[in-house]
Design a protein. Sequence first.
Length: 315
Amino acid sequence: MTKKILISIVSPAFNESKNIQRIIDEVDEVMSKIKKFDYEYIFVDDGSTDNTWSEIIRATTKNSKIRGIRFTRNFGQQIALTAGINAAKGSALIYCDSDLQHPPKIFPKLISEWVRGAMIVNTKRIDTKGISFFKNLMSKFFYVTANALSDTKVEEGMADFKLLDKKVYKELRSMKEKNRFLRGMVSWMGYKSATINYVAKKRIRGQAWYNFSRNLEFAKTGLLSLSTKPLKYILNFGLFLIFTSLISILTVFAVMVYEWNLRYFSPTIILIIFNTLLIGFVIASLGIVAIYISYLYKEIIKRPTYLVAEKINIK
């Protein structure tokens, strides 16, 4: 009998007790139809305060393919995905959310592209059912800003729902940074990739972990972890302000000498305007530099990326 190819599936879970069994059932139904492949499903309980871990334990008693990792506290979605990737053993790995907004029914398409030779199979969300206008607008703004500031292009709609070849996710394990933005890190690697389009489902049960403040924090990490361009832009903006300030001052003096009339130009007002701009620039610059320094601090102190309280079905 030919040995089946193992596919690892990883999902972070934060207060997803109502969704655990539902997504297991969908994944099992989909994967059972792909005859040449077997799977292991790794859930990472990211410090849930409901019965998520109990649901994961209960699922392991009914299905030996289910694995579980429970954090000591909430470390964040990107870290939970990292823990699942570190525990994976498959020839390929699919990671997705556990709220069913990333539909398991497209897993066969991801696997087909991988079999054809793609090392990374991205998914591109072309629509999200039930998403608010404001959230959609902020998402578009993030991708435009991220691609303007970053050396690594991140396609709009490509969330943390991908298939990675074993070689790719083993390389990803070697990246030890604490401030993680996985979709940017995977894109940075540059391996041969393919893309599958899908429509994200509306969340039916549970509450989304990413609220406005967490989305803002995630966006900040995404923007600053991929590039140092913001620092370069600050320098260029500072030089621009200095140049325009000098030109303005010279223009004021030239008009004063030529016209001897102060009706149209007030040196005091011009100085106040440019002083305000410069002060704002200095404060913004210090803020961005401080964020970079805080990231360096987190890397230098070398604390563990996460702490595991317990595992189940994982050696």
